[in-house]
Ligand binder design. Structure first.
Ligand SMILES: NC(=O)c1ccc[n+]([C@@H]2O[C@H](COP(=O)([O-])OP(=O)(O)OC[C@H]3O[C@@H](n4cnc5c(N)ncnc54)[C@H](O)[C@@H]3O)[C@@H](O)[C@H]2O)c1
Length: 355
């Protein structure tokens, strides 16, 4: 089928995993791109695949992604539980498909490297779906940081802390499917956005701790419902301290359950020698001519869903053969930090990162 430009055929997309994020964001996001069409949906749960296909008028339904890969498809968009990301992405890349994949791209640095090197060898696009980069305030802070306004950034404070928002499905709480708890699930969002603002300094040493403080008991009732406590084998709280090669440091905290006022605090703060800035509020603080000043960088703008922007950016990179908007060489630094927090927690030691 030809696109509205009459020049290029539409890019054909297959979506793997027809759960919450696929139906809530990815399928509507692809629907808004005139030069792409979702031609297949895959889910091991045939009913879920069929329901999504009906809702979004998708012609082909599969229960096995290997069968789907025999069809005429240019792009594979992966929305399965985390641990399935690597096998599906590997199979898609091996058969010449571009890959957009939900976060975390993979749960180990070895897997990220394997996927990234394969994509590079084959000249295919690979992108981790880090939609927080597409919030208007993220672009504004990054642009402002690029002017040098922050000066040397010497510390970052990153938080992904929830009061009682524990995702209840096995895909999140069973490590065989998720590869980790809140650190991998939501820490990855704020960490990626923060490192992006910092221009991705190289992490060199990490200490961390992971605990299961509440999830095995009933002290904090989950606002998203009950979960299977016998299946729960990931942390519900994690904290890490990171040293970067350029001398900067970072603290990172992530939790699904804990005693705090806010339902969710997904935020970071950058401390520079010229100014400090808060994300996502866009507030900043500095001193000008000896006087304290503060303000807000990013006046509220109405914008499309950041998920849809991320999908559009990926589509454009494929259609125009531009570099991936989220290069795997950045993603590997994010995953290295998350992986090292878990390793440090298990070993009780500081972990050196060699990338
Ligand atoms: N970016 C975000 O804001 C955001 C939000 C939620 C989830 N996510 C990510 O998206 C992914 C999916 O999360 P979700 O909330 O949609 O989970 P979900 O449990 O709602 O959906 C996952 C779907 O994948 C299917 N599935 C499992 N194994 C499969 C396989 N081998 N082949 C095909 N389908 C398979 C399941 O049957 C299910 O329908 C996770 O990686 C998660 O981290 C991202």
């Amino acid at each position: 089928m030809l696109s509205h430009t009459g020049m290029k055929p539409k890019l054909k997309v297959a979506l793997v995993g027809a759960g919450g994020i696929a139906r809530g964001q990815h399928l509507p996001g692809w629907n808004q791109i005139a030069d792409a069409e979702v031609v297949a949906i895959v889910d091991i749960n045939a009913e879920a695949a069929r329901a999504a296909a009906t809702e979004f008028c998708v012609p082909q339904v599969f229960t096995d992604y290997r069968e789907m890969l025999k069809a005429d498809v240019d792009i594979v968009d992966i929305c399965t539980p985390n641990r399935l990301h690597t096998p599906v992405a590997l199979a898609a890349l091996k058969t010449g498909r571009h890959v957009l994949c939900e976060k975390p791209l993979a749960v180990t640095t070895a897997e990220v490297r394997q996927l990234g090197e394969l994509a590079d060898r084959k000249g295919l696009k690979l992108m981790s779906a880090q939609h927080m980069r597409y919030l208007p305030v993220s672009g504004d802070i990054r642009q402002w940081a690029a002017t040098g306004a922050l000066g040397e950034v010497y510390h970052a404070r990153v938080r992904a802390m929830r009061r009682a928002l524990l995702p209840i499905s096995p895909g999140f709480i069973d490590s065989r499917l998720s590869g980790g708890g809140p650190c991998m699930d939501i820490g990855v969002h704020a960490l990626d956005a923060c490192l992006w603002m910092m221009d991705f300094p190289k992490p060199v040493r990490v200490t961390g701790t992971m605990k299961t403080n509440f999830a095995k008991g009933h002290v904090i009732p989950g606002k998203w419902g009950e979960w299977d406590r016998s299946l729960f084998d990931v942390e519900d709280f994690a904290a890490g301290f990171v040293h970067f090669e350029n001398g900067a440091t970072m603290t990172l905290e992530a939790a699904w359950l804990g005693h705090q006022e806010e339902d969710e605090d997904l935020s970071f703060q950058l401390f520079g020698k010229g100014a400090g800035v808060y994300w996502p509020s866009g507030r900043y603080a500095s001193v000008v001519n000896g006087s304290f000043c503060q303000g807000t960088l990013s006046p509220a703008h109405a914008a499309a869903s950041p998920h849809h922007q991320e999908i559009r950016a990926f589509f454009k990179s494929v259609a125009d053969n531009e570099p991936s908007p989220v290069p795997w060489t950045e993603t590997i630094r994010v995953i290295a930090i998350l992986e090292a927090i878990a390793t440090s927690s298990r070993s009780g030691r500081e972990i050196e990162i060699a990338l």
